[in-house]
Design a protein around this ligand. Structure first.
Ligand SMILES: NC(=O)c1ccc[n+]([C@@H]2O[C@H](COP(=O)([O-])OP(=O)(O)OC[C@H]3O[C@@H](n4cnc5c(N)ncnc54)[C@H](OP(=O)(O)O)[C@@H]3O)[C@@H](O)[C@H]2O)c1
Length: 307
């Protein structure tokens, strides 16, 4: 005798039903932290709502592609950088940390800024907004909007300012535009939240920074920086930062480039914190500063100064 069926559902027998249930259970058991970073399942595992700028570190949207699927890098011809400075791409530069960094770089440096987005129109809209904000703070700023791939293709420094569960895919998506002369910077921190606050949630690579290094072409130097800065503080140009940012890298030249670049921002001191293997310690400070802001009414956009 067949099992009763739900109206409109195909009739499937008990064995088949059991088999499907077993497969589902097995799949759920297979869901590890690695899956969360590799397939976006972290979103489903950690459905904490975004309540502040900084909580947007927590990530929700699914994606699915791994390093194995990526085509090999092809040779790439760089557009020469401006005499005055470097070209800095902010992938996902339409978001919170992207806005903060764009405004600070725009005000405090002469570098050319390339705002990247999955949607070039969105990038151009963001550029128009940033230009308006910067009008009161600087005489000239060189800033343009592009699709992420185009921004990365033109840049000397590529800052991957997208949510942590998507940095891997984003890096792979622009891999053909990166080479050994491009410095790839990641500020990404994975966190999960509960009633107590936010907690560091690294991928199995050890840290998001190391995940980025795994997913980037081997020859591209990766640097972790800007993890503990609050986007809100960066974007408020009236705020005197008086903060530190910690920089981790295996490649010394790339590390020094980012130390110098970060140090160009007024009120920001950049400190070396060792190789990429130390990134987890740096990233884990971010939920701490957000929790301090949560539990102290008079503290917003908390940052760190090491003395
Ligand atoms: N917010 C902070 O205070 C702060 C501080 C330090 C570090 N960080 C780190 O910086 C990174 C960005 O944080 P955020 O707060 O700026 O994030 P966000 O505002 O939520 O997102 C930044 C941008 O990422 C792009 N994006 C969104 N979903 C994507 C997907 N599925 N695939 C590819 N790109 C996607 C979007 O740009 P388009 O739609 O234009 O493509 C979005 O504007 C995170 O990794 C975070 O851990 C944040």
């Amino acid at each position: 005798m067949t099992e009763p069926t739900i109206a409109g559902e195909p009739d499937i027998d008990t064995d088949r039903r059991q088999e499907l249930a077993t497969r589902l259970e097995q799949r759920l058991r297979e869901v590890t932290e690695r899956d969360a970073y590799d397939s976006g399942l972290g979103a489903a595992m950690n459905p904490t709502p975004k309540t502040t700028h900084q909580q947007s570190h927590i990530e929700r949207t699914p994606h699915a592609r791994t390093r194995r699927d990526r085509p090999p890098s092809r040779p790439f011809i760089r557009v020469p950088s401006r005499e005055m400075g470097m070209r800095i791409a902010l992938l996902g530069g339409t978001g919170d940390i992207g806005e903060g960094l764009a405004l600070r770089f725009g005000r405090d440096t002469n570098h050319e800024l390339l705002i990247g987005s999955r949607d070039p129109e969105k990038a151009r809209d963001a550029v128009a907004e940033y230009k308006t904000t910067l009008e009161d703070h600087t005489d000239s700023v060189d800033i343009k909007g592009f699709a992420n791939e185009m921004a990365a293709d033109r840049a000397d420094i590529v800052v991957c300012s997208v949510p942590p569960y998507h940095v891997g895919d984003t890096v792979e998506g622009v891999a053909d535009s990166l080479d050994s002369d491009t410095v790839l910077v990641t500020p990404a921190v994975g966190m999960k939240g509960d009633a107590d606050g936010l907690h560091y949630h690294p991928p199995s690579a050890g840290s998001v920074t190391e995940l980025v290094a795994e997913r980037a072409p081997d020859e591209v130097p990766v640097v972790g920086a800007f993890h503990n800065l609050a986007a809100g503080a960066l974007a408020d140009l009236e705020t005197d930062l008086d903060l530190d940012t910690l920089v981790v890298a295996d490649d010394e030249a790339a590390r020094d480039t980012v130390l110098n670049l970060a140090g160009e921002l007024e009120g920001l001191r950049a400190l070396a914190a060792g190789p990429l293997a130390n990134a987890a310690e740096v990233e884990s400070v971010t939920p701490l500063v957000i929790n301090i802001a949560k539990y102290n009414d008079d503290m917003h956009d908390v940052g760190v100064k090491w003395v």
